[in-house]
Design a protein around this ligand. Sequence first.
Ligand SMILES: [Mn+2]
Length: 362
Amino acid sequence: MSTNLKEFRIQLESELKKCSNVFIIGHNQPDFDSIGSAIGLYTLASHFGKKAYIIVNDEELSIESGVKRVIDANKDSFRFINNETAKSLIDKKSILITTDVNKHNRISVDELLDEFKSVIIIDHHGEGAETIETDKKFIDQSISSASEIVTRILCAYKVKYGANVANSLLAGINLDTKRFKDNTTSKTHDVAEKLIDKGASTDYVNNLFLEEFETFCRISNLIINGTIIKKYSESLSPVQVSFTLNRNNPKEIYQTEDYAKAADRMMKFNGVDASFALGYVNEDTVHISARGSRKVNVGKIMEEMHGGGNWQSAGGRVKSDDISKIEEMLMDKITIGLSDEEPIIEHPKVIKVKQIRRGKKS
Ligand SMILES: [Mn+2]
């Protein structure tokens, strides 16, 4: 494994030169970072004269609207394919690059891994038991995003690219730095400047982050009709935890993003010390998005639910077709996360999400 980007870059270059073609994949339900960095890597592969493909195997409807716009803006110049097409195109010298992801259970091509001559990981998330085994990887949790890593590589090779690629990469960095509020270093700003030089528009990128009115309504309805707040201690300042799920129609399937947004939104209310949003992502998998505060360590609670994360942000998935039971289990475990101690605020981007069984994304 390479910890030095220059060393890794040389390794990557030699793999790109040796291979027949390059398949690039981000995590399931791609976000701006995984799609932006994938577009950047495609550009790098083309720079080395190699045919590339970006694998997105998610149902079109399950892809977040902003991400969909990035794909649409690039689909005439980049090959986006699904697993099935990928299967038919892989040959003996094909390689796979996973970007913004390093775990088996978060990529759609897991069962195809053996068919690639080599698998290369580029990521900024921590490793775990599910991490794909390969000696060709660059994982650095101190770098803001996979898009930042890829932009640095593109800069090192002086690769030429246009505004669409630059916008896609900038959107990735924007997402994972919460628009340059978190996780940035001088290098992050440096690469952002370079992307702007290449034609990226901050207006265009900011616009991608605007919420669709439809999404706003869907999440508002979920919160208004499905939220209960429970008190967890009887001290002078009681700990209050909110639980959101669609109580009228518990079987309704939402996007993972929606649960995250609902949990985020509940934290904006006075007196809410932690929030959980639960719901199905498919007929027998319940997703939980959790947000915590100084008083409640949601990472600890979610670990008990076979998920993971840190103090302020956590999540996980449980195979079950009985969401009420999952909510009850969760409610019983809240006390585990209550604390009088001051939290050690962890790096907010490191969100470990473990699944009980193989499924889709966090
Ligand atoms: Mn990322």
